[in-house]
Design a binder for this molecule. Structure first.
Ligand SMILES: Nc1nc2c(ncn2[C@@H]2O[C@H](COP(=O)(O)OP(=O)(O)OP(=O)(O)O)[C@@H](O)[C@H]2O)c(=O)[nH]1
Ligand SMILES: [Mg+2]
Length: 312
C-alpha cells in the first residue's frame, strides 16, 4: 500500500467497525450485474444500484439476486452523474464504488475497507502495483492512462501508480468536501483531484481489473479522454471552494421505472427538467441532497415523501 499526502484535518467520527455501502452504476448490464451482486462480501450493509435508465433487465436481475438493493436513478446521463446520485443515497460510514460489468472484482473490497480503517481517508485501486493488473486494457487505453498518471503526478507532485480506475473507497463524512460535479467518466479524475485538494490521506491498494463479463462498453477512449484531460488541467488551477456544485446530486427513487425509450426522463439542465418524469412512473420518494436547487413547487404532485435538503 502506498500513501500520499499528510493529513490536514482530523478524523471526524470514524469508527473501527464501520458500516459499508457499495455504489454500483449500471447501464444495461443485465448479463454481468448478477455476478457482481453475488460476489459482494456479506459484511456489506447496503448496496445502492444507480440505474442509468437501462433498457434491459438490469433492475430485475438485481432484485432477483439481492432484494434489499436500493435502486436510484440519476438526474443526468453519464457515470459521474450516476455515482453522485449513488453517493448521495448511500448511508454507510464507508462508500465503495465498483462497476457493474464485472471488471472491478467485489471480492477485493476487503483491502479497500481495511486501508480506510487503518487510517487512510481515501483508497484507490491500482492496476500497476505488485499484485494488481489488468486484462481489460487496450494499447490505446494503456498508453493514455500512463500519460494521465505522469501528467497528474507532475501537476500535483504526487506518486500515484494508476488513475482513471473505477474502484475507490472513502469515508462518507468526506463526501461534501469532495464537492463533486462531473457527469461523465471524468468523475474518476475529479474524485482524485478533489481528494488531493481536500488534503485527504490517499492510499493505493493493488487491484486486478477483469474483463467486462458481457455487453457493451460505454467509454469512448478519444472523446472521454479529452474530458479527463480537461478535468485534470482545470482541477490544477481551480480551488475546491470555487467549484460550483450547487446543481448537486439529485436522485429519484421510484416504484416503477419509466417506460423503455421514454423521452420524458431528460438529462438535467434545470431541476425542473430533471423532475419531468414519465407519466407511467409512480414516484414514492424523492431524495434531494447537496444543495440541489430544488424547491417544493418543483416536485411533481405524486411525490409522497422527500428526504434531504430542499432549498426552500
Ligand atoms: N447508471 C449509469 N451507469 C453508467 C453510465 N455509463 C456507464 N455506466 C456504468 O459505469 C461502469 C463503467 O462503464 P463502462 O462502460 O464499463 O466503462 P469502462 O469500464 O471504462 O469500459 P470497458 O473497460 O470497455 O468496460 C459500468 O458499470 C457501466 O454500466 C451511465 O450513464 N449511467
Ligand atoms: Mg467496464
Amino acid at each position: 500500500m502506498t500513501t500520499t499526502f499528510a493529513r490536514t484535518h482530523p478524523h471526524r467520527g470514524r469508527t473501527t467497525n464501520p458500516t459499508v455501502s457499495v455504489v454500483v452504476p449500471a447501464l444495461n448490464e443485465e448479463e454481468s450485474i448478477g455476478w457482481v451482486i453475488d460476489n459482494i462480501p456479506g459484511w456489506v450493509s447496503e448496496v445502492v444500484l444507480v440505474d442509468g435508465l437501462s433498457i434491459d433487465g438490469t433492475e430485475l436481475v438485481v432484485s432477483d439476486h439481492r432484494p434489499d438493493v436500493v435502486v436510484v436513478h440519476q438526474h443526468a446521463r453519464g457515470k459521474g452523474a450516476a455515482l453522485r446520485a449513488g453517493f448521495a443515497a448511500a448511508s454507510g460510514d464507508i462508500i465503495v464504488m465498483i462497476d457493474a460489468d464485472g471488471s472491478t472484482d467485489p471480492r477485493e473490497m476487503g483491502r479497500f475497507v481495511d486501508a480506510l480503517v487503518d487510517g487512510a481517508d481515501f483508497v484507490k485501486g491500482s492496476r500497476n502495483l505488485s499484485g494488481g493488473g489488468s486484462i481489460d486494457f487496450t494499447l490505446l487505453r494503456h498508453l493514455g492512462n500512463l500519460g494521465f498518471v505522469w501528467a497528474a503526478n507532475l501537476l500535483f507532485g504526487t506518486r500515484f501508480s494508476d488513475l482513471c480506475y473505477g474502484y475507490c473507497a472513502f469515508w462518507r463524512s468526506d463526501l461534501d468536501r469532495l464537492a463533486l460535479t462531473a457527469d461523465g467518466f471524468e468523475i474518476e479524475m475529479e474524485l482524485i483531484c478533489s481528494a488531493i485538494k481536500a488534503g485527504l490521506v490517499i492510499a493505493e491498494v493493488p487491484s486486478m481489473e477483469l474483463e467486462r463479463r458481457a455487453g457493451e462498453s460505454n467509454l469512448n477512449a478519444w472523446k472521454d479522454g479529452k474530458r479527463v484531460l480537461k478535468t485534470l488541467l482545470t482541477e490544477r488551477t481551480t480551488p475546491l471552494e470555487r467549484r460550483d456544485h450547487s446543481r448537486g446530486a439529485l436522485m429519484i427513487v421510484a416504484t416503477a421505472k419509466p417506460a423503455h425509450g421514454s423521452t420524458a426522463w431528460r438529462p438535467a439542465g434545470s431541476p425542473a427538467a430533471a423532475l419531468e418524469i414519465d407519466e407511467t412512473t409512480e414516484l414514492m420518494t424523492v431524495l434531494v441532497a447537496h444543495n440541489a436547487n430544488v424547491t417544493p413547487e418543483l416536485l411533481p404532485a405524486r411525490v409522497t415523501q422527500t428526504v434531504g435538503a430542499l432549498s426552500a
